[in-house]
Each structure stands twice: as C-alpha cells, then as structure tokens.
Ligand binder design. Sequence first.
Ligand code: FCB
Length: 464
Amino acid sequence: MSKANYERSARWKAKDSPVPIHKYAFAPDFVFGASTSAYQIEGGVGEETGRGASIWERYFETRPHLDHGAVACDHYNRMEEDVRMMKSMNLKAYRFSISWSRVLPLGKGKVNEQGLEFYSRLVDELLRNGIEPYVTLYHWDLPQALEDEGGWLNRDTAYAFADFAALIAHRLGDRVKYFGTLNEPEVIVAGYIGDGLAPGLSDPNLRVKVAHNLMLAHGLATQALRSINPDFKIGVTLNLVPAEAKDAANPASVNAARRHWLKNYAIYLEAIFKARYPDVVLEEMAATGAVIHPGDMAIISQRIDYLGVNWYLRHVVDENGGIIDMPGAQKTLMGWEIHAPALTRMLVSMNEEYRLPPIFITENGAALDDTFAKGRVRDVGRMAYIHDHLSALESAVAAGVNVAGYFAWSLMDNLEWSLGFKMTFGIVHVDRNTLVRTIKDSGLWFRDMIKFNVRGSRKSGKRR
Ligand code: FCB
C-alpha cells in the first residue's frame, strides 16, 4: 500500500529536535489532543450534503474579496484519512465542533440525517482509533435562518440551542462523553459589535444583550444534556485574555486592568461560577436595555464538569484602560504577544477567585510564517511555543491548579475566519491547491512528546 501523504514528512528525528522532548509533571491521565472547528475545516456545503446556510455563507457572500470556507480543508470528504493521521500523531483526544446548520438546516425542525450521520461516523472512526471525542456544540456558525429571526439577540435562539444540544446528545451520547456548549462567547459577541466576524453587525450597544443570551443558551443546553445523561462531562470554553496592569504600583492602572478583565472576560466566569454579573456589566445592561429574567442566573450557574480555556495572549492595560504594546514583545502573525508566564499567573489567580472544576486548555497555538520546502515545514517557533505553554501549565499545576488536558490549535492549517488561509495555526500543513496534508515538524514533535508523556519511558527523550 502506498504511504498516505501525511506520512511523507517522516524525516524529523526527536533526538535532533531543537526543542527537546520533555516529560511534563502532569497527572498520568492528562489528555493531549488537538482542536478544530466545523466551518474552518469541513467544506461540504453543497446542496447534495443537505446542509443549510450558516451566517458565514452570508458573511462571505457580501464580502467576495475574502477567502471563504466552501471547501476549507475538505474534511467533510477526507474525514477517515484525517482520523488516521490523528492516530499516527498519537493524539488521545480530538476536539471538533458540530455545524448546527448541517444537522438542522433551518436551525430547528427538520433534521438532515446525512449531516448527523457524518458526525456519527466521525465519532466511530475516532473511537476505533483510540481517540476520545470532545464535542463542541457551537463554534460560531449559527444557522442563517436563526440569524434572520434575530440570532443571538433573540432569546428564543437560546432555547433552540438547547433543543439542538439534546438532538446531538440523543444521537451521539451513547459514544460521546465530553460535551462543550459554546466556544468563546466573547468572540461570538464580537460578531455583533463590529469586530470583523459573522454576522457582521457593528453596534456596541448589543454587547451585553448578546452575552446574556449566550449565557442562557449555555445554561439551558447544560440542563438538557444533563437530563439526557447525568454522567456526561459538560463544560464551556471561554477565551480568557488576562489583563495585566502596565504599572502594578499605580492603582489607576491596576483598576483599569481589572475593569477590562471583568467587562470582557470575567463576565462569563462570574455568571457561571458566581451567578452574577460584575457591576461594570450591570451598569452597561441598564444603559443598553438588556434584561435578565427571574431564574436566568440559576440556569446559567449550574454545575459544570470542566472549564475549557482557550489561551493565546495577554493584554497589558494602562491607566486609561488602553491596551498597550510591550516594547520588544515577540508576536505571532496575528499580532498577539507570545508570553506564556501570563498563562500561569492567570490560572493561579482564577483558581483563588473561583471554585473551578478541572480545566482543559481547549485551544492554544500560534500563527507563524511557515515555509514549506521539500515536503517539510521546519516550524521550530511553534514547537517552542507549545513547549513553553505546557511548561507554564506545569507551573500552574505545581501551584495547585487542576489542569486536566491540553489541545493544540489547530490540528491543521485552516480558514482563520475573515482573515482567511494566511493565518496558519496548524501542526499539520494543508496545501491550498491540492489539500494534501503534511505533518509539520511541530506535529512530529507533538507526536513524540505525547508518546513520551503518556507511556513515557525516560530513555526515549531528554529531560530539559
Ligand atoms: C480562537 C477560535 C478558533 C481560532 C483561534 C485562532 O479564538 O476559537 O476558531 O480562530 O482563535
């Protein structure tokens, strides 16, 4: 049998790695995996698939100069090959999302069996290959039909989401244990207040209305899932960008940083773990007419089994609340500062402030300027990035934080939303013309690192 394309990239050797393979001090059952999301990789949007339009089709139709996801990585048609590749990379877990409009073309009502069947086959393939599925129910791709009824500004969308969650749990819950409700509410909100994401609205007054409906959706879906099977492991993924004061000795700078954190990020932690919104959010709700119904906070603050944290960067905030650039900071192509120690600091302080369940880092990674030459991507920068963040997690664990797993973003180069295919985050390269997958050096490093950590014999690697 001829070798699969991704296996051509086998010239990498752990012993020559510029970033040595390290045994991290994690619990023996620490989970190592990789993440993707439906719209960013699937393609498969043609009529023959039965999928309905999501807000991204509408977004890109009206912005024809941008890359779009009609083909993406064609994962819809290459799923089996992709799962075999994951196995070859020793992944123990795979976090993916379900396209709501693939399963319910209009967001509710008639089910597209073919769509459900796709995810059912994916789950079977993963399990057959010893990979635990972690299902995200919403990774930003609302069915357009629901957007036409107001999308996340409409409270009914939260109830429709709970019904969708129940449908997925009924169909996949015999094999899937880990469910995540939402991916990054803060960024979903961004699509309504004008940050270059679908549905592409730009009204800052919509911020807390959308945020509250999202929290309600999370709570209702959690209830629905729990009632179907109390043994499911249910969580939510928040993107958390810590706000550090530019000048820790200046109370104005410290207060401004705190306000920035509460308003944008801790809003979700407070709602879920303390059944309340911070004052700065309540003030904004009053000013913009967002309504909390009696009972909402109880629904939102139900117990969850894990917290997913997507971590990419920190913000440094000055006394006026502005985000400043740190002199000499190293940045990724996204302009995001690379500064792993802030991850440790953030987790340790959150652990003091909230009674947190186990934490999975559900995304972490870097868009870097990769060069693909002679069948190989030598992305030492990404390897170092992942190592530095795993080390930061190790320090958090040593300080008492319960970190249960780490998922690299992303399994493969994919559509970085409105920024297109140029932002390559993958540990696997995807050729934009042929769609051939090639495991980057960072992916081979990740493979060997997992092997060493999971079944680790100290002989096969060096300590660092
Ligand atoms: C996160 C998203 C993910 C990807 C990465 C780079 O905010 O969850 O889909 O875009 O950023």
